[in-house]
Write a protein of this length. Structure first.
Length: 57
């Protein structure tokens, strides 16, 4: 699920939209988001996208 949430964050989707699309609560999205950021050692979606773009490029 974290990968799905990460992909949607990278597409610029808001937590509410992610929750609706995946059929999960907003709180679950927030938990996934915070775990993703912790694992990648970033503090924001912008930092995450920049990091992933650097590592993929």
């Amino acid at each position: 699920r974290e990968r799905e949430v990460m992909q949607l964050i990278m597409q610029g989707r808001l937590n509410k939209v992610i929750a609706d699309q995946l059929g999960i609560s907003m709180r679950t999205v927030e938990v996934h988001r915070s775990r993703i950021f912790a694992k990648l050692k970033v503090r924001s979606a912008v930092e995450m996208v920049n990091l992933l773009n650097r590592t993929q490029g």
